[in-house]
Structures are given as C-alpha cells and as structure tokens.
Design a protein around this ligand. Structure first.
Ligand code: GAP
Length: 441
C-alpha cells in the first residue's frame, strides 16, 4: 500500500468509526481544527491517563497544575513569544495565497499558480483576542501557544504551597493554540492542539543527568502506548534550528505515512524562562537550598509531547489489513491499555432471551475488571467482530448454547476471540476476565 493511500485509509476509518471528525464539518469545516468523536475521546483520554501515571503520579517529585489558557500578556513578552514565536511567511503576488517559506522547495515560484513570490516576512503564530469590553491594545490577550507558560507562571505558587525539594517537576496537560500558516496532514499540524508537558527543575550542574532520565522515559512512553521503537528516531537539533530558549533539543521523530516528522521534543531550557519572568515581574523566582543556604534560579528540562501527534502515531502504527481469501479484514492492533473498548460481549443470537440474559450477566462480571466493555447484538457475529476490529477492541466474548449447558462439560464457558490472530479460546468467565485484566495492566 502506498503511504498516501494509508493516510487516506486512516482518515476514513477515523471518521467512519468515530475517532476523529473534521472540525465544524456541517459548516464546511475550519482549517487546522478537528474534533474527537466517541472512540477518539476514549483513546485520547487513555493516552493522557497513561502519561499522567508515568510522568506525574508514579513519582514523588512531580506536581500537577491546570493553569488558565488566558494569561497576562506580559508572560508572553517575557518568554520571548511576542517578539520571536514566528514562522517565515511568503505571499504570491498573483493569486495572493500565503505559504510557509521554509516548507517550499522553490522559494521564488507559487506552488499553486506559478506566480512570483514576494519576500519572506516573519508571521507571529499567537492568536490574539481581547479581554473585557475594550477592544484596544490595552486589552490584548493571547491564547497560550504552549502549556509551559502556565507552569513557569505557577512555579512560585507551587514552591510556596508544596515546599518541594529540588529536583522536582510540574506537569500539565492542556490546550495550546498556534495560528499555523499551513495546517496540514490531518491531526499532525493543527491550530488548536493539546500538549502534555513537564518542566523539571534542577540544580544547574545536574541538567545532563535529568535530560537523560526524561529521554529514557519518553521511549518508555512510546512503548507503553504502542508506538514501535523502530519507527521513533532521535534528531539532535542543531543550534540554528533550536527554539530561542533552548541550549539543547532532541526531536523525537516518527515515521508518519507522509514522512519522518517531529512527534515530541525534549529541551534543556536552562534558566531562561524563570530568569526572564523574575526580571519582568519582579517576583522572587529563585530557589533556596535549605541545607547549603545557596539561592539560585533552577534550570529546566522539558519533555513536551503533543497529544494529537501521539494519537496519529498510534493510529498509523496500529492500522492493519489482512487478506482473508479475497476479502480484506481491517483492524487496529492497538495496545490494550489505550484501546477505547477493552472487550465486546455479545449473545450468539439476540432473539434468545436466555442467551441475552446470560450475556448481560457476563458483561457485568467483566465490567468489574474495566468499565469499557461494550455490548453488541446487531447483525451476525462476523459483522460484530469486524466492527470491533476496526476500533481496535482486543477481545470479543460470545455467549452461546454451550455457555448455558447444551454440552454439560462446557456449561459456564464462553468463547474469547483475540483481535490480531482471530483465534478463539473456550474459557470460564473468570479466566476470560483474567485474560482481559492481564492485557490491560
Ligand atoms: N513547550 C515546548 C513546545 O511547545 P514545540 O516543539 O513547539 O515545543 C511541542 O511543541 C510538541 O507539541 C511537538 O513536539 C508536537 O508534539 C506538538 N505540536 C507542536 N505544534 C503542533 C501543531 N501545530 N499541531 C499539533 N501538534 C503540535
């Protein structure tokens, strides 16, 4: 299958099966925005939950915040985003279309109409709006372009309220907004996106050790969500290409169907942000080491992970087509931990009340393992399996007449079908529950 064809298939499955819909679709859409549907929202939440577990909750040195998206504009002046968060923009003199200069092979000729392109200028990517009833410059606020800003702005409050010992970190998941010149590639380059970010504060001399620790953690996270290691590549970003705040950056790139592109980033932000905010706000943002009585501005390591790019990498890694003797079986080989539905329970026939009643009992039993156990009694069993395959449900459990004791030695057993192999096992309900439990734990 060609890569462009694979991308089309992923986009089509995502819409057909309720993962991702074009934003504002009934009004013709809005570029750079997508909405997560019933299955997508579960997949996204599972990714976020796993990240919270691994990056925040399993550690004693991590704290959470949920900062406001709208913040005092001075934050973005101090952080350098007002003056420097921009991409090079060129406009065609003939058709007036605008492009990102660094994405064009031919910098002189318009890729749409062949007209000549004007000079590149810097275009600031922050969305601007006004707070309150005044619409003048004094009321300008920005939609945050990275969640990191809300973490730095809360550094002092976290220190004053929690008294953490260095090294420690602050984690946050939330929306960020970037007025991308050319949003593209489905949920890869968005204007409204979600980020999972950590700012990890360290002694200046300890940044390299922390950098290595978070680097490993990012690989572990890729593995946990089902992104294969051989599709993830580290790129040491050269000085000229790094963000203004970074002294070292590694991009974690993924082999997307449209090419190898940035999935996540790991940056050493030094004391750039806390120093800039201390200078601009006058607040005391240094850390006092109680033992040595030394006072200094901590340095920062920042693992920054886009939720949407993670979801796309998961979908691209999981998409499979099997040839079943002329018929194609499509399925998502999702890691059970992130799969929106963990198992589907169905009675073999829906017009047999005794089968339906038993299947309801089995479902209730399996929901003690995990609530995301679906019910499906529509169409024949083959169709039910196909539907679950396409949303990546790892197991299907069927209740038939043997469950009710048609063959007494099989009474109380069910069939458990495995998504990837299509193989079926005859198990007791307790054994089926164990299989599901061990797959998602
Ligand atoms: N706080 C650091 C920061 O924001 P970044 O490299 O600009 O760094 C971090 O963004 C991550 O956010 C990226 O690695 C990517 O996963 C995600 N991201 C950035 N821009 C995006 C966009 N336009 N659409 C979707 N995800 C994006």
């Amino acid at each position: 299958m060609k890569d462009s064809e694979l991308m089309e298939k992923i986009v089509s499955l995502a819409k057909r099966r309720g993962f991702v819909f074009p934003g504002s679709e009934i009004y013709g859409g809005l570029a750079g925005t997508f909405d997560y549907g019933p299955m997508g929202v579960r997949l996204k939440e599972n990714v976020e939950r796993l990240w919270l577990q691994m990056f925040r909750d399993s550690r004693d040195d991590m704290y959470g915040v949920d900062a406001a998206i709208l913040m005092n504009p001075k934050i973005w002046e101090a952080s350098g985003h007002v003056s420097g968060f921009s991409d090079p923009l060129v406009e065609c003199e003939k058709c007036k279309k605008r492009f990102r200069a660094d994405h064009l092979d031919d910098k002189e000729k318009c890729p749409e109409c062949g007209g000549s392109l004007g000079d590149a200028r810097q275009f600031n990517m922050m969305f601007k709006t006004h707070a309150g009833a005044m619409e003048d410059d004094s009321a300008t606020v920005y939609l945050r372009p990275e969640t990191a800003g809300g973490i730095f702005a809360n550094f002092k409050s976290v220190v004053d309220s929690m008294h953490p010992k260095l090294p420690f970190g602050i984690a946050q998941i939330g929306k960020a907004f970037r007025n991308e010149i050319a949003p593209r590639d489905f949920i890869f380059r968005l204007r409204e996106l979600s980020q999972m970010e950590v700012e990890y504060f360290v002694q200046p001399s300890e940044w390299e050790q922390a950098f290595e620790e978070w680097r490993k953690m990012m690989h572990l996270f890729a593995e946990a969500v089902g992104i294969p290691q051989d599709k993830v590549h580290e790129l040491e970003v050269p000085e000229g290409d790094r963000a203004h705040y970074s002294k070292r950056t590694i991009d974690f790139e993924f082999d997307y169907p449209f090419g190898r592109k940035e999935l996540w980033g790991l940056a050493y932000r030094t004391d750039f942000d806390l120093s800039a905010h201390a200078n601009a706000s006058g607040a005391e943002l240094s850390y006092l080491d109680e033992e040595t009585k030394e006072k200094f501005i901590p340095h920062v390591i920042e693992p920054s992970l886009g939720v949407d790019r993670t979801v796309l990498a998961i979908l691209a890694s999981a998409y499979r087509e099997d040839d079943m003797g002329g018929e194609t079986r499509t399925y998502l080989a999702l890691a059970p931990k992130v799969a929106p539905v963990k198992a589907m329970v169905s009675p073999l026939l829906k017009n047999k009340p005794e089968l339906v009643e038993k299947a309801r009992d089995v479902r209730a039993e399996l929901q003690k393992v995990h609530p995301a156990i679906a019910w499906d009694d529509n169409g024949n069993i083959g169709k039910r399996y196909r539907r679950q395959d396409e949303i990546g449900t790892p197991f299907c459990v069927t209740i038939d007449f043997d469950t009710l004791g048609e063959h007494p030695e099989l009474e109380g057993t069910v069939t458990l079908r495995h998504r990837d192999s299509g193989e079926q096992e005859r198990l007791t309900v307790a054994e089926a529950a164990d299989r599901i439990r061990s797959a998602i734990e």
